[in-house]
Design a protein around this ligand. Structure first.
Ligand SMILES: Nc1ncnc2c1ncn2[C@@H]1O[C@H](COP(=O)(O)OP(=O)(O)OP(=O)(O)O)[C@@H](O)[C@H]1O
Ligand SMILES: [Mg+2]
Length: 431
């Protein structure tokens, strides 16, 4: 049993690389927390600091409420499983799993019983006599997990443990890992760059970008109310459609979201209209997931976007149509790669501090969303992160349409997301 608390932790490598930038994070006892983010965002560095393999440059780490920075790794009651786990090739499965127990001086009978329990829980009870070279990749990964868990650690740290396995095996082991850790009640921090893995496994997901914690919450919270444009774009498949919109307010009636050749109208009685209305005469980003978009007959009135199919993707259980709707898309992959904002006191910053307060999370999560050092406007023309929008819409499997075909799409206005020019969520701050 363990709780983990990271207090304003920063890691700067000797070459000046800021791997972890003022991260505060709280993991509850028995919780399965997934650290999610692209390659190089600092996930492994966080785990290694908790395990005691690296020291933070600043900040504090507490396990069960006690500072641990002075404690050696072996005194932290932590087990860690890596992507490139190493088994002892000359030892049997039995000896590999039992190795930590032998080191701790446990007598043989006791040890065999414990190894047997763990091996059968992991479904490898029948290969205990084999050597690693006689096992499949999945079996080897289970042995590595068995070796980590046999000591009954208080905290389980897993760094992309499934990334070397094929997708079928990954799915199977995902369920096994969450099942096993929940059964044992062991607090787990699990690192992955796979958003589907994070959403399916986690009690809560912490999303990182370039060393900065972007958002923390249950899968429903971070998917349903992403704190930043980056989180919105990172979670979900197909990706959220992110369109540039100019805002025009018709007081007490509606807010026009001008998307280029077409517009949507946010009714004044939608509580979000007041927040969006602050941006009158400015540009914002409107996010729509595929589930907010439904193909309808051409003459259906209401909140409808019209376009032509540019191309189709067939996924078996569904098809995706990508529509040309005469709008501009914001490409988030390239966010932050441009020059720093040339106008730090620019108009859109008026609401920055308010928004920061408003986007703070409730629900017990104690994440601090830190502004990265250089914030760039994602809407600035001339940068390479705008392009003609291809609106992703879900269709039935193998629909009787083809590229060039016109489609009308009803938009669920209550399911739209709004982000300001810096990529922060525009909202009224409740959850
Ligand atoms: N020993 C080191 N010296 C200098 N820089 C390092 C060192 N280890 C990691 N880094 C840098 O720190 C940053 C974070 O690395 P880290 O390994 O934590 O990323 P990650 O999120 O685990 O990525 P991946 O998904 O690729 O494993 C990267 O920019 C990396 O190049
Ligand atoms: Mg890593």
């Amino acid at each position: 049993m363990s709780t983990v608390l990271l207090k304003d932790v920063t890691k700067v490598w000797p070459d000046g690389t800021i791997a972890v930038n003022h991260v505060s994070l709280d993991v509850e006892d028995g919780e399965f927390l997934v650290l999610l983010g692209p390659s190089g965002c600092g996930k492994s560095t966080i785990l290694r600091m908790i395990a005691g393999l690296e020291d933070p440059s600043e900040g504090d780490i507490l396990l069960n409420g006690d500072p641990v920075l002075e404690l050696a790794p072996r005194d932290r009651s932590i087990a860690m499983v890596f992507q490139d786990f190493a088994l002892y090739p000359h030892m049997t499965v039995n000896d590999n799993i039992g190795f930590p127990l032998r080191l701790s001086g446990m007598e043989t009978n006791n040890r065999l019983e414990k190894v047997g329990d763990v091996a059968s829980a992991l479904g490898i009870g029948d290969v205990l006599g084999r050597k690693p070279s006689q096992l499949s990749g999945g079996q080897r990964q289970r042995v590595a997990m068995g070796r980590a868990i046999v000591r009954r650690p208080g905290l389980f740290l897993m760094d992309e443990p499934l990334s070397n396995l094929d997708s079928g095996l990954r799915a199977e082991l995902r369920a096994e890992i969450t099942g096993l850790t929940r059964e044992l009640g062991v607090t787990t921090m699990y690192v992955t760059h796979d958003q589907a893995e994070a959403l399916t496994m986690a009690d809560r997901v912490a999303i990182m970008r370039k060393g900065v914690l972007q958002d923390v919450g249950t899968p429903t919270e971070v998917y349903g109310r992403p704190a930043t444009l980056y989180v919105a774009a990172f979670l979900g498949a197909p990706r959220m459609n992110l369109l540039e919109a100019s805002v025009y307010v018709h007081l007490d009636q509606y807010v026009t979201l001008n998307l280029g050749e077409q517009a949507l109208y946010l009714p004044w009685n939608d509580i979000r209209a007041r927040a969006v209305a602050h941006y009158h005469g400015e540009r914002i980003v409107v996010g729509m997931r595929a589930e907010a978009l439904t193909p309808v007959a051409p003459d259906v009135p209401g909140d409808v976007l019209r376009g032509r199919i540019r191309y189709l993707e067939h996924h078996g259980h569904e098809s995706l149509a990508y529509l040309d709707i005469g709008a501009t898309a914001i490409v988030v992959d390239e966010m932050g790669t441009g020059k720093p904002d040339p106008e730090p006191g620019g108009a859109f910053r008026r609401f920055g501090s308010t928004l920061q307060k408003l986007t703070g999370r409730g629900s017990g999560a104690t994440a601090t969303v830190q502004p990265p050092e250089e914030r760039v406007s994602v809407l600035d023309p001339g940068r390479h992160h705008r392009r003609p929008a291809e609106l992703a819409v879900r269709l039935a499997p193998y629909p009787a349409v083809s590229p060039g075909h016109p489609l009308s799409i009803a938009v669920r206005m209550d399911m739209l997301h709004f982000f300001d020019e810096r990529g922060d969520r525009i909202d009224v701050g409740w959850r």
